[in-house]
Design a protein around this ligand. Structure first.
Ligand SMILES: [Zn+2]
Length: 84
């Protein structure tokens, strides 16, 4: 796996086993959640507005900071852009 922008070792345990959660993956996850709420909303109508909010909110994940997660201690934090 390539080290993308903002990659840094774990600030808690200084491990190098850090994975990055990409913004497009986050958007996809929010959309999947929205689809689940939409399907459940067929039965429970009051969940439909939540599904709508999730669909509208999903593109904002593209502007969120990249998240790093440590595989050793499960600590996750927002990656800061580092100037080379
Ligand atoms: Zn760690």
């Amino acid at each position: 796996m390539k080290h993308n922008d903002g990659w840094q070792p774990c600030p808690r345990c200084e491990s190098n086993k850090v994975k990055q959660i990409s913004r497009s993956m986050m958007m996809f996850a929010i959309w999947c959640l929205g689809i689940i709420f939409l399907l459940v909303g067929i039965i429970l109508w009051f969940l439909l507005p939540i599904a709508g909010i999730l669909f509208l909110a999903a593109p904002f994940a593209l502007f969120a900071p990249r998240m790093n997660q440590c595989k050793d201690c499960n600590y996750s934090w927002a990656a800061k852009k580092q100037k080379a």
